[in-house]
Design a protein around this ligand. Structure first.
Ligand code: BGC
Length: 716
């Protein structure tokens, strides 16, 4: 950005602040209090006499959530709040595509505005510390750099539409178990290296207008009223001037909240006047326990936000929802998010020629996921399942049949049930699943045996067999952590026995987090990973399976063999109820696996293509005082395809196994699309401490093709 542009922004900010201060001075205490807490479940109060509107918020990550009554968690049941259902953030992260992140953010922003919202409660960017966290599907990655690089353009995409992004949950919100009360113990170095940088990027580079505090505690303080996080880090160090919103029910004390840099308190209960920053705060001001200036500052920031969103000047964008273009973006992200994990004997793509019959086995082949997961649930305009995607692609001349294979506990939503969100302040707000929960009652076991027998019988009768199983939102769900990484519902046995009779069966696993694969992975020739990938997910999957789309997704997280290989479990603590100690420090995800030589099932950054790429000509280039890594990538196969070149930095001493510490860290990436025979030059800027460091560039964290000294400069 030019200095002139910076100056303009600075001037505009000062003017907005001045106007906001003037407006605040004309407000009564009651009016100000009304603006800083929820007066409805998703809305604050405005000040009608001065034309200040209320602030309207909505979840959530994968689309704009349906409307609820103002004072009850019951859905209104409208016909006009169906929306574009976007892929989850793990899926977006698997694209490694910044441009797509911006486009998907743009869809969410346009739809939020189209639905009349001011703040969309997204993106969720917590680091995936453990594969067991129930909300991992809402988050991007285990890596702070990848998360931040995608979150920043995503936020900009949202805000292009005069809607505020609300980056959540600040910070170290990495487990659901007792999420309201659990205290995170972590050394500050690890906190700053792993858990804060993506927030910094989203807030400062992405310029997110709002941020949501986390439920949990850090250093003994609840994050939503934390002096350390909100006052010290956010405001003082980062000079963040946006609005801080609490998670729903994340505030616990009037004076602490008022004295922190929290601006708006939201909650899940209906006694809006009794929120900590409502009537109790007014009393505290009247009794002199809290200074009125503390409230003024919050109101000023809220008014500045309203100016940024053009809420009061008649110049606001209108937005739109359910457009053809939005569905196209959802499809585009879904296509690029599919990760081809294994493809022995080139068994994929499947051929469409001469095929007469296809059998799809597995509950996920035929399951709708959009309406589950917690606050990320979506009332989707539609959702193409894998089965429908395959049928749609093959057409009416091929017989496509379905066998459920196993029975699940994923229930359909029933009207009239007490909303989980209404009850979410009970029991600390989160649970740990029993490991044998899904094996369930005798009836389910009997039914599973029948379904297994049916699947085995049918599997030999079709030209092609495609298994689509994995997790659903019973496991990948807010307020819930998994007990382990095992596939639920007896799928290990089912897969293993099916592969015995159909070794050529294509295996597709869906989920927001990895699963154990040890019991059957060696028997499978091909394995495709599919996330919860939005309304066009089934279309995209079918296109990949039949080669109409060449897969280009790469894992944004390590796929461990078991959760016990993950540092949060084998070094640190996870899922405890009172405090969790992050003893693994900065050795999170692949940082731990690489430093300690632990083999994952599939490593961070892994993802195959139907073509191959060669890397050559790697060098370090200095230009204008900046350092770049550059190399050439050539598509040496016979199909057009996408490749993400990943650059890891190995610090000085990386080879010395006696020095415990990070072995390599992702510091850059670039995705390119190449025709057969085409070559492209990659340029990646290198930052950080390059002295004595090595640059490792390749197709995954363990498929390094070029290794050179960061100091081996050319072109000075
Ligand atoms: C979740 C938030 C969500 C909020 C409003 C909370 O339970 O943690 O992510 O935005 O509810 O639904």
């Amino acid at each position: 950005m030019t200095d002139l542009r910076n100056e303009q922004i600075q001037k505009e900010r000062e003017e907005q602040r001045k106007r906001a201060e003037e407006l605040t001075a004309s407000l009564t205490l009651d009016e100000k209090i009304g603006m800083i807490h929820g007066a409805q479940l998703f809305q604050t109060k405005g000040v009608e006499r001065l034309g200040i509107p209320p602030l309207k918020m909505s979840d959530g990550p994968m689309g704009v959530r349906q409307e609820f009554f103002p004072d009850s968690w019951k859905a209104v049941g409208l016909t006009d709040d169906y929306v574009t259902y976007l892929p989850c953030y793990s899926a977006l992260a698997a694209t490694w595509n910044r441009k797509l992140a911006r486009e998907m953010g743009g869809v969410l922003g346009a739809e939020a505005r189209g639905r009349g919202k001011d703040v969309i409660l997204a993106p969720g960017i917590n680091i995936k510390r453990s594969p067991l966290c129930g909300r991992n599907f809402e988050y991007f990655s285990e890596d702070p750099y990848l998360t931040g690089e995608l979150a920043a353009p995503f936020v900009q995409g949202i805000q292009d539409w005069d809607v505020a992004a609300c980056v959540k949950h600040f910070a170290v919100n990495n487990q659901e178990t007792q999420r309201l009360w659990v205290e995170v113990k972590i050394d500050e170095k690890a906190l700053r290296e792993i858990y804060l940088p993506a927030f910094y990027n989203a807030l400062k580079k992405g310029n997110a207008y709002t941020v949501m505090g986390a439920y949990n505690k850090l250093y003994k303080e609840h994050c939503c009223q934390s002096q350390f996080l909100l006052n010290q880090v956010l405001r003082k160090e980062w000079e963040y001037d946006g609005v801080v919103i609490s998670d729903w029910g994340g505030v616990h004390d009037t004076e602490l909240a008022a004295g922190s840099q929290l601006d708006i308190e939201m909650s899940v209960t209906y006694d809006f006047d009794q929120y900590f920053m409502a009537e109790p705060l007014k009393q505290a001001v009247l009794e002199g326990r809290v200074k009125e200036e503390a409230i003024d500052e919050k109101v000023v920031r809220i008014l500045v936000l309203m100016m940024r969103l053009h809420m009061m000047d008649g110049r606001r964008k209108t937005g739109c929802y359910n457009t053809e273009e939005h569905r196209r973006t959802a499809l585009h992200v879904a296509r690029e998010s599919v990760v081809l994990l294994k493809n022995q004997k080139n068994s994929l793509p499947l051929s469409k020629d001469h095929v007469k019959s296809v059998l799809v086995i597995g509950d996920n082949g035929n399951r709708i996921h959009s309406d589950g997961g917690g606050s990320g649930e979506i009332k989707a305009l539609y959702e193409i399942t894998p089965l429908m995607g395959i049928k749609k692609l093959l057409g009416g001349n091929v017989k496509v049949d379905y066998a459920q294979g196993y029975v699940t506990d994923a229930s359909e939503k029933k009207e009239g049930h007490v909303s989980w969100q209404e009850a979410s302040l009970e029991n600390g707000g989160g649970l740990r699943q029993d490991s044998d929960r899904e094996s369930g009652a005798g009836e389910a076991v009997r039914r599973n045996e029948e379904l297994l027998a049916e699947a085995l019988k049918k599997a030999v009768l079709y030209d092609q067999v495609i298994f689509v199983g994995g997790l659903n939102h019973s496991q990948d769900c807010e307020g819930n952590d998994r007990a382990d990484m095992k596939l639920p519902y007896g799928q290990d046995e089912l897969l293993s026995r099916l592969l015995d009779v159909r070794p050529d069966m294509v295996v597709v696993i869906m989920g927001g987090s990895p699963v154990e694969m040890g019991q059957w992975i060696k028997k499978a020739d091909s394995l495709v990973w599919n996330w919860y990938s939005g309304m066009e997910g089934g279309t995209a999957l079918a296109e990949v399976l039949y080669g109409e789309v060449n897969p280009s997704g790469k894992l944004p997280e390590s796929f461990y063999k078991t959760h016990l290989d993950c540092s949060a479990h084998c070094v640190g603590e996870f899922g405890k109820e009172e405090e969790v100690w992050y003893k693994e420090g900065n050795l999170v995800g692949y940082r731990y696996l690489d430093a300690c030589h632990v083999e994952p099932e599939f490593c961070f950054g892994h993802g195959l293509s139907y073509t191959s790429f060669s890397y050559h000509g790697g060098k370090i280039v200095e230009e204008g005082g900046e350092t770049f890594f550059s190399c050439l990538v050539t598509n040496i196969g016979d199909r057009e395809g996408g490749e993400t070149v990943q650059v890891y930095l190995r610090p000085a001493g990386w080879r010395d196994e006696k020095i415990p510490g990070v072995f390599q860290e992702l510091k850059g990436f670039e995705k390119v699309f190449l025709k057969p025979g085409e070559t492209q030059m990659i340029y990646i800027k290198l930052e950080g401490d390059l002295k004595g460091a090595k640059v490792a560039a390749g197709a995954s964290s363990r498929d390094i093709r070029i290794l050179i000294d960061a100091g081996a400069r050319h072109g000075e």
